[in-house]
Design a protein around this ligand. Structure first.
Ligand SMILES: Nc1ncnc2c1ncn2[C@@H]1O[C@H](COP(=O)(O)OP(=O)(O)OP(=O)(O)O)[C@@H](O)[C@H]1O
Length: 684
């Protein structure tokens, strides 16, 4: 519950602010009605244009919807001086209401300015040290859709001491239900710097659990789309997350910020050239994910190029033109040296050979034009030469051959992969075709690399890569080639890496991405996990990521934290029931292998439960979460079942402890750790 934090002076400023809210709502309604009533019959000459325009109008109407549960503005800024015309959306005013979207009155004067506009920036960044020309920053508190409170900071008044905002604190401590929500009203200065970093540069954020990495990444996309709308509309933006349930969890944040066009995908989605039906053991997957594989693939691909030994003889009319083998070789070498894609060079080769023929024709006194050159390039003899020298290669077949033909692999992996490594990735059984092969996720990444060697991958304007620490070098390369001409925001936590190939340093990761010049920022203020819980989980840090700064929780509510001896699943179910009596969502997190037993126990006890990615509602607030899917998610309360089993579920102790660190850091308001087996020594 928000309460007025301010004693209302007689003029009742709260009533005035409410009046501004009502007027802004009316103005937004008028803006929407304007768009709805647009008559496009005069301006559209044809049906296609009309369809496009209608769709744009429908989207605009949607963007102008007044969502009753999200406040139209959450802050007010009173400048000491009117901001310069170059900086402001409405330069003549000195007072601005900051909200999710721009609203103007009938004269076009701003009633609410977009949080992403330059004039809104001091709302997030101004401080007593640097008031940014603000006389007043006002935050609003809402109950339901009603404006019920406000809180002032007179940043330029030397007599007023700096305070922590109560409304901000209440917002951070609010219980969580359902999917992730936006944080526009409470973005912190260090977060805002990342959100508003320029489009040209890449940014890498290292941050412990709950420091807002995902939130920052999503708000950064929304900001970039605002600041560079046209460029990004052309080039496209993409958010990459670790799995479906995570993407479901975050998918509503951008639409809530008015951004409907951003694609969200997993790395597996990006490289889906073949159907993935197989798996690799850890050793094979690690070798396949190693950056050395890129060189193996390049060598294997270019082994198809052979130097010509025969001349090309082109017959035209009564004349024969002969390009000798040594001259063809020069052409091929020049194409190899230029470093263009395999496929592009293959396409250029016929024209190069034709050019050599044309030079001879000219020497013989003929005056051939472009049409002749094109005809020569299509000549059967030229085509046959190209096929022999620079054959077409199918990327999946190339990878298939490397994984099934020991000699072929040995030839191209020589000096790169040792014998053991080669053996690890060779398929045990012969495979007949690309279709029948049981491709693994790592294989699909290899095919993607080969595809890119042949044909350049389309590059986007901006890519946000979340939970990056789990990517293999080859996966980083796959992401990197999707933003060669754009920039990337990399978000991750080295302590939460749970793959055998997990990232050891951000410098290494950025090199694989091809973004060595990215700035690495660190976030250490924790918004999710209560102090006692994060302190407990941080005991694992020296074993899982020595050198990382532990997260400092900024939650004031100490939360609820208990470690219990459990006699069996009955006690785990009892702990769930106990926490369900409180407000908010509940996650029961357990080792993957323990899920069937726990699911049965919950059902028998009459507790309906969901799977991660399914939306919690007021009626069903319990989700049964396998440890392997807990990453990135959060619940108001968590019951953590049997830590030892979570550690033992992983191939090695360090990965196990990292998985446990992830699971321990999902709770917002409270955590019960229920164990029968002894706890790992770091936590005992
Ligand atoms: N400035 C903020 N104001 C209010 N809430 C915030 C703020 N920053 C982050 N949060 C909240 O803290 C929680 C954790 O944020 P988020 O999931 O982005 O963290 P993360 O760093 O990605 O965590 P993890 O590493 O565990 O995936 C979310 O509920 C988010 O909304």
């Amino acid at each position: 519950m928000s309460t007025p934090v301010h004693d209302d002076p007689p003029a009742d400023p709260l009533a005035r602010e409410r009046a501004h809210l009502a007027a802004s709502r009316a103005a937004l309604r008028a803006m929407r009605e304007d768009v709805e009533s647009l008559d496009i019959s005069d301006v559209t000459a044809n049906w296609v244009n009309a369809q496009i325009l209608e769709r744009q109008i429908a989207e605009r109407v949607k963007a102008l919807a007044d969502l009753s549960d999200t406040p139209l503005f959450f802050g007010r800024l009173d400048y000491l001086h009117a901001p310069g015309a170059d900086r402001a959306e409405g330069a003549e005013g000195e007072r601005f209401y900051v909200g999710r979207r721009h609203v103007h009155d009938a004269d076009g004067d701003p009633m609410v300015v977009d949080w992403r506009a330059p004039v809104s920036q001091p709302f997030y960044r101004a401080s007593k040290q640097d008031p940014m020309d603000l006389a007043l920053r006002r935050r609003f508190g809402y109950t339901g859709g009603d404006l019920t409170a406000y809180e002032d900071e007179h940043l330029s008044d030397p007599a007023e001491a700096a305070t922590t905002s109560r409304l901000l604190q209440q917002e951070i401590e609010r219980p969580r239900v359902g999917p992730m929500r936006d944080i526009v009203a409470t973005i912190q200065p260090e977060q805002d710097e990342i959100v508003r970093a320029g489009l040209a540069g890449s940014v890498c954020v290292q941050g412990g659990p709950g420091t807002g990495k995902t939130a920052v990444g999503l708000h950064r996309v929304a900001y970039l789309l605002y600041a560079h709308r046209e460029r990004l509309a052309r080039a496209g933006t993409l958010v990459i997350g670790p799995n479906r349930s995570f993407l479901h969890y975050i998918e509503q944040v951008l639409p809530a910020l008015g951004e409907l066009t951003v694609r969200q995908a997993t790395v597996d989605d990006l490289v889906a050239h073949v159907e993935v039906r197989g798996t690799d053991d850890a050793v094979a997957a690690t070798v396949k994910g190693d950056a050395r594989m890129a060189r193996v693939l390049r060598r294997a691909l270019y082994s198809h190029v052979t130097m010509p030994t025969e001349p090309v003889v082109v017959v035209r009319g009564s004349r024969r033109w002969r390009v000798p083998a040594y001259e063809l070789e020069e052409v091929v070498r020049e194409l190899l040296d230029r470093g263009i894609r395999y496929g592009a060079a293959r396409e250029a080769l016929p024209q190069r050979i034709a050019h050599a023929v044309l030079v001879q024709m000219e020497r013989a006194g003929e005056a051939p034009d472009d049409r002749v050159q094109n005809a020569v390039a299509r000549n059967a003899a030229v085509k046959a030469a190209v096929k022999a020298v620079w054959p077409a290669v199918d990327p999946a077949k190339l990878v298939l051959r490397l994984l099934t033909d020991a000699d072929f692999l040995a030839e191209h992996a020589a000096g790169l992969l040792d014998e053991e490594e080669q053996k690890a990735i060779l398929w045990a059984k012969p495979v007949r075709s690309v279709k029948s092969a049981r491709w693994s996720a790592a294989d699909a990444v290899l095919i993607d690399e080969a595809t890119d060697l042949i044909e350049r991958t389309h590059s986007l304007g901006h890519v946000v890569l979340d939970e990056a620490q789990d990517l293999s070098p080859m996966q980083y390369r796959a992401v990197g080639r999707r933003c060669t001409t754009g920039s990337v925001t990399v978000l991750g936590d080295l302590a939460q890496g749970t793959t055998p190939w997990a990232t050891r340093s951000w410098a290494e990761a950025l090199a694989h991405l091809g973004k060595e010049d990215a700035v690495v920022e660190e976030l250490t203020a924790g918004f999710r996990v209560p102090t006692d819980v994060i302190a407990y989980a941080s005991r694992l840090l020296p074993s899982i990521a020595p050198g990382l700064t532990p997260v400092a929780s900024i939650r004031e509510n100490p939360g609820f934290f208990e470690i219990r001896d459990a006699a069996g699943t009955g006690d785990v179910v009892a702990a769930c029931r106990e926490l369900l009596a409180r407000e908010g969502s509940l996650g029961l997190i357990a080792a993957d292998a323990r899920l069937p037993e726990l699911s049965r126990a919950l059902t028998e006890a009459g507790l309906t439960h969901l799977s991660p990615g399914e939306e919690t509602t007021r009626e069903t607030r319990l989700t049964l979460v396998p440890a392997s899917l807990a990453k990135g998610l959060e619940y108001d309360y968590v019951v953590l079942d049997e830590p030892r089993a979570i550690v033992d579920g992983e191939p090695d102790e360090r990965t196990g402890l990292r998985r446990l660190y992830v699971c321990l850091t999902r709770a917002v308001s409270g955590l019960i750790v229920a164990h029968t087996a002894p706890l790992p020594e770091q936590l005992a």
